[in-house]
Design a protein around this ligand. Structure first.
Ligand code: FAD
Length: 647
């Protein structure tokens, strides 16, 4: 059967979300959820894969509660998780500035910002918990920026008109991660967390329909081992690197969630990718990574291009009246702080008109001249100094004297494993948190909301909801000799052996690059039916070629980065196909998913709520077989879907 001939299966519902007024749902769920007696918690082992903000927070909190935790990451230290890269900040509805913020406003902004493709219950909970996150992190000693009077400082991010983003210079992720890492280290020292660094999960063990462990490979020795427990939590981050070039850390990959998908976890909204408007433009074919310039820069930087197409004068030679500050012109209320999907599409549009700047016309200016004149260079340096330095090191241009050049790039994936209100996937006992799940951002994530969601999931939500699953019991003893366990190990070993045996003539990286270019062209910032169909023809052919021609030098029982890479690219080659199918079936535009065929007369994304107001949850139906689509209807009782307007 053709992959395109997907079947629509029965609807899927989030059975864990309580009804009633949205403000009381999280309290009610916590009250109704069963608890595990503190003395019984030490009898349970929870496997947590990932040590970023979501996984680090979850591991530390579960261990603090008394559970035994086995924690995994592929880096040499939890501190190197990709979360460390987060620059701009973390949202919270503290309303310290008394500028009209509230839990309800954060809830409203996030549902609207996500273009009405997220669940109200989840988003409201996120807004409520945001307030606790800041208190927790301050108590840990996270050095958030403070203003003169001593209160925590905030700044604005896209898609909102209040100032609710807490930050630690341009290193917010790093400082938050150090906080979570401290908490985790305390539990490692107490013997409650066993850390397996440089160990990569390569499969999920499902016994009698429940997640009971993982198969992992020691990346140094190559040893494949099995780890069993009572529940498994995936906190393995996003899959933006399917595009090869993205702002994600180079190691970020989809293997854990993809293998879980193959074992029964539905994959939700895989095509919802965030393209971030302010990245350093690509400089050539040699590149393996793109660099983000934080959205916080849009607080003070002004974005513009020349009014005339083909104007190649240096920026300083273009007089004010010949510049087009197009975001300020098109969206006067939000100006340069429109949401990311809108800012990215506008940048693409002006470049497509031939007004882009820099090599190949693939760039727009982000200019701080006005800010420097207004605040002084010192104040700008204090706020953004490390970002300016990073820009200068990469481009050899001084952003204090000449506007930065920026262009949109792949940054975040809103799709991920489908989870219910308890953050449990469709495999009982398997939970997904942080960027690995699809939960709270709909079709577009607002800036500074990923850290909020990762820490909400890890510190507050999962530790409350996992109790309910564990308290219900019924978990039989599983031995390492169980056929489901030995079968999973054998499958992992077979695939590794196969990769080593092909002995072809193309590197894993060359396949990754080709796949990434295809995905960027056909499933990137703008998508069309014909382009997606083209990609859906090319991807299976590329996959077939991969398994015929890939070259993996070295052996399996040693440190072998080519083998690691090839194994991850094999998964990207499968996931990419599902992303394109999801994008093809959703003929509407919404948020980061822009279908050229579905736009308003003035070029904005045109949703089709009648037909697409649902979460698309895809079920794996076997290798090469067409997947099954399950729809979760979205209901909006509080924030009613309208055409988004930021004008
Ligand atoms: C450059 C950049 C800047 C950003 N800035 C911001 C910002 O200012 N504000 C904001 O809110 N968001 C920001 N984001 C987004 C945010 O950083 C991420 O969404 C978030 O940190 C993801 O956290 P996580 O814990 O879900 O996953 P990660 O931090 O990606 O952690 C994943 C963990 O899983 C482990 N792992 C993965 N696969 C396996 C496997 N198979 N086996 C074992 N371990 C595995 C890894 O080792 C790692 O420990 C930014 C993103 C980027 C790229």
């Amino acid at each position: 059967m053709d992959f395109l001939d997907y079947r629509v299966g029965g609807p899927i519902a989030d059975t864990k979300a309580p009804g009633g007024p949205v403000e009381g749902r999280w309290d009610r769920r916590r009250f109704e959820a069963r608890l595990v007696n503190p003395a019984n918690r030490r009898k349970h082992t929870v496997i947590v894969v990932g040590t970023g903000l979501a996984g680090g927070a979850a591991g530390a909190t579960l261990a603090e509660q008394g559970y035994d935790v086995a924690q995994f990451c592929y880096q040499d230290s939890p501190r190197r998780a990709h979360s460390i890269a987060a620059q701009g900040g973390i949202n919270a509805a503290k309303n310290y500035r008394n500028d009209g913020d509230s839990v309800h406003r954060l809830f409203y902004d996030t549902v609207k910002g996500g273009d009405f493709r997220a669940r109200e219950s989840n988003v409201h909970r996120l807004a409520e918990v945001s307030v606790q996150i800041i208190d927790q992190c301050v108590a840990q000693g996270v050095p958030f920026a403070r203003e003169y009077g001593g209160l925590l400082d905030t700044r604005s991010f896209g898609g909102v008109q209040v100032s609710r983003t807490f930050y630690a210079r341009g290193q917010t992720g790093q400082q938050l991660l150090l906080g979570a890492y401290q908490a985790l280290s305390r539990q490692i020292d107490a013997g409650k967390v066993t850390l397996h660094a440089r160990t990569e999960m390569l499969d999920l063990v499902v016994v009698e329909g429940r997640a009971r462990g993982i198969v992992a490979r020691d990346l140094v020795s190559g040893e494949v081992s099995v780890h069993l427990g009572d529940a498994v939590v995936l906190a393995t981050g996003g899959y933006g690197n399917v595009f090869h070039l993205s702002t994600n850390a180079q190691g970020s990959n989809a293997t854990a969630i993809w293998r879980a998908h193959r074992r029964g976890a539905y994959f939700a909204n895989p095509c919802f990718t965030q393209i971030h408007p302010t990245c350093i433009p690509r400089s050539g074919d040699h590149q393996s990574k793109l660099t983000l310039m934080s959205e916080s820069l849009r607080n003070d930087g002004r974005i513009w291009v020349p009014k005339a197409a083909g104007d190649t004068r240096p920026p300083g030679a273009i007089p004010e009246e010949e510049r087009d500050y197009y975001l300020e012109r098109m969206y006067p209320s939000f100006g340069n702080l429109v949401p990311r999907d809108i800012a990215s599409r506008a940048a693409k549009a002006v470049c497509d008109e031939g007004r882009g700047v820099g090599p190949g016309g693939q760039g727009v200016y982000l200019d701080f001249a006005d800010a420097i004149a207004r605040m002084g260079r010192g104040a700008v340096e204090e706020k953004y100094g490390n970002l300016f330095e990073m820009y200068e090191r990469i481009t050899a241009e001084d952003p204090y004297g000449r506007p930065m050049r920026i262009y949109p790039a792949v940054h975040y994936t809103m799709g991920g494993l489908w989870v219910d209100y308890d953050l449990q996937t469709t495999v009982p006992g398997l939970f997904a948190i942080g960027e690995a799940n699809f939960s709270d951002h709909g079709a577009n994530r607002l800036g500074a909301s990923a850290l909020m969601q990762g820490l909400a999931d890890g510190y507050f939500v999962l530790p409350a909801t996992i109790n309910d699953y564990l308290a219900r019991g019924g978990l039989s003893h599983v031995s390492a000799g169980h056929p489901a366990v030995t079968g999973a190990v054998a499958e992992v070993e077979d695939q590794l052996r196969l990769l080593l045996c092909v002995d072809g003539d193309r590197t894993p990286d060359s396949f990754h690059r080709e796949l990434g270019e295809l995905m960027w062209d056909e499933c990137g910032m703008a998508r069309t039916e014909s382009g997606l169909r083209k990609a859906l023809l090319r991807i299976p052919a590329l996959r077939e070629e991969f398994w015929r021609r890939v070259k993996v030098p070295g052996g399996g029982e040693e440190f072998n980065q080519s083998l690691e890479k090839a194994n991850r690219v094999a998964d990207f080659l499968e996931l990419a196909e599902l992303m394109c199918l999801d994008a093809l079936h959703r003929t509407e535009s919404c948020g980061g998913h822009f279908r050229e065929e579905s736009r308003t007369p003035d070029g904005e994304a045109l949703r089709d709520d009648e037909r697409f107001s649902y979460v698309a949850a895809w079920e794996f139906a076997g290798s090469g077989a067409a997947p099954v689509l399950h729809k979760e209807d979205l209901v909006f009782d509080y924030v009613h879907p309208t055409q988004r307007s930021y004008a």
